[in-house]
Ligand binder design. Structure first.
Ligand code: NAD
Length: 420
């Protein structure tokens, strides 16, 4: 049953238990309550598919000893219909209580009306790290080295020019700022210039870097690269790099080597059990992921760079239908695919649910720690692609292959999981 519209009536399902934080660590029961939001457009189709696939994988992995108790919350058009508002407080509260949520895409009208609900959710819950793995599962891809692509992008989610601190060129605020900058700091800005502010803080940079290092330690990654444009923007992007290194060297010293140490002490080879922490200038980095993708594993970037590089990286392995994501805070996460609500495909049973399914594995496998689920689901996706059982978006690049419907593809994945 969906959550009610008001916080007062909110009650998690009795058959599940809530995940909780103990000493800063997430403790997940065997029957955790996980919130799901169907979303708009193709959202309900991809979320339904993801829930079915995850349930099958949990059943296969733990044979009934573990089970997810799904709890629906509404947002977007469904919330507007049922509660008369796009993002009821009860939905945010349900995510806060459960700490775990899977979300479908939500429609944001361009140039009018309300702010993006997605952005509101991220800000309201302080989901400061946007994590986007970019992996190759055998899908048709445009790049010669697609099979070498295996990145996880950690994009800062709360600051940078995305913080929304900006004024139109002809506003009173821009005029005041221009005056202030001229009189107090001796800086002249043209009168017809809009003005935006780019905040990048030590606090936000360091908590992001910490999560990236923890991820690398958990997953056995060998490389973390700080992506920045610090040669030009020294006190924002340059500081991002400096603060990132600080965390690595002050808090994770025994686990990391720098590029300099790598050449001075280890002849250019990353020693067993160590993580190389290095940095690259953003423009070079966008080139390097194409020419030398094998040199990169975890990429830590401020908001804008992270946005650019995740789309560029996903293009290497072909297609938005496969691109997964998770927004993570302290002891709370909302997984959602990179793609939007693709309204023109809504209800047609044709779109690719893989991005939503892989987003769900980030939540269940990585964030909750039920790793067997991730392995089963990823193997099933690899097998489906190898057997040419794919939806239209991949089939159209595979000559002679008839596309499966969303539901048929979902069934195929479940079958592979049961056979595993
Ligand atoms: P979109 O990602 O919804 O769709 C663009 C195109 O990509 C589609 O027409 C389709 O060809 C393809 N596509 C997307 N998802 C696919 C899938 N799962 N399988 C196969 N093909 C797929 O982008 P858009 O059209 O720019 O945005 C539509 C709406 O979604 C907008 O209102 C936008 O604001 C919103 N949006 C929401 C989120 C989110 O909820 N996090 C993210 C991006 C966009």
């Amino acid at each position: 049953m969906a959550t009610p519209c008001s916080v007062e009536e909110l009650k998690p399902p009795a058959e599940g238990q809530l995940a909780r934080l103990e000493g800063g660590k997430l403790v997940v029961p065997d029957n955790p309550v996980v919130v799901y939001i169907e979303g708009d457009g193709i959202g309900p189709e991809v979320v339904r598919s993801a829930i079915q696939v995850i349930n099958a994988a949990v059943e296969k992995a733990y044979g009934g000893a573990r089970r997810i108790v799904w709890w629906e919350a509404v947002a977007g058009e469904k919330a507007q219909r049922e509660c008369g508002e796009l993002l009821p407080k009860a939905t945010l509260e349900a995510i806060k209580i459960a700490r775990l949520a899977l979300k479908g895409p939500l429609t944001t009208p361009v140039g009018s009306g309300f702010r993006s609900i997605n952005v509101t959710i991220r800000q309201a819950l302080d989901l400061y790290a946007n994590i986007r793995p970019v992996r190759f599962y055998g899908q048709p891809a445009p790049h010669k080295y697609a099979d070498k692509v295996n990145f996880v992008i950690f994009r800062e989610n709360t600051e940078d020019v995305y913080a929304g601190i900006e004024w139109p060129h002809d506003s009173a605020e821009a005029e005041r700022l221009r005056q202030f900058l001229k009189q107090e700091l001796g800086v002249t800005i043209r009168e017809d210039a809009g003005i935006g502010v780019k905040p990048i803080s030590k606090f936000a940079t360091q908590r992001l870097m910490r999560r990236a290092l923890e991820w690398a330690l958990r997953n056995g990654n060998k490389r973390i690269t700080l992506m920045h444009k610090g040669n030009i923007m020294k006190y924002t992007e340059g500081a991002f790099m400096k603060w990132g290194y600080e965390v690595a060297l002050n808090e994770f010293r025994e686990h990391v080597v720098t590029e300099q140490e790598l050449w001075e002490k280890y002849n250019g080879e990353i020693p067993e059990g160590k993580i190389l922490v290095n940095d690259r200038i953003a423009d070079n980095m966008l080139q390097q992921i194409i020419t030398r993708p094998w040199d990169y594993e975890i990429i830590v970037a401020p908001n804008l760079n992270g946005d650019y590089i995740s789309d560029a990286a996903n293009a290497l392995v072909g297609g938005i239908g496969m691109a997964a994501g998770m927004n993570m805070g302290d002891g709370i996460a909302v997984a959602e695919p990179v793609h939007g609500s693709a309204p023109k495909y809504a209800g047609k049973n044709v779109i690719n649910p893989t991005a939503e399914i892989l987003s769900a594995t980030l939540l269940i496998g990585e964030f909750m720690g039920w790793r067997e689920v991730t392995r089963l689901v990823e193997d099933a996706i690899r097998r489906a692609i190898a057997d040419k059982k794919v939806t239209y978006d991949l089939a159209r690049h595979m000559p002679g292959v008839e596309p499966l419907k969303t539901t048929e593809y979902t069934e195929a994945l479940i079958q592979y999981i049961r056979e595993a």
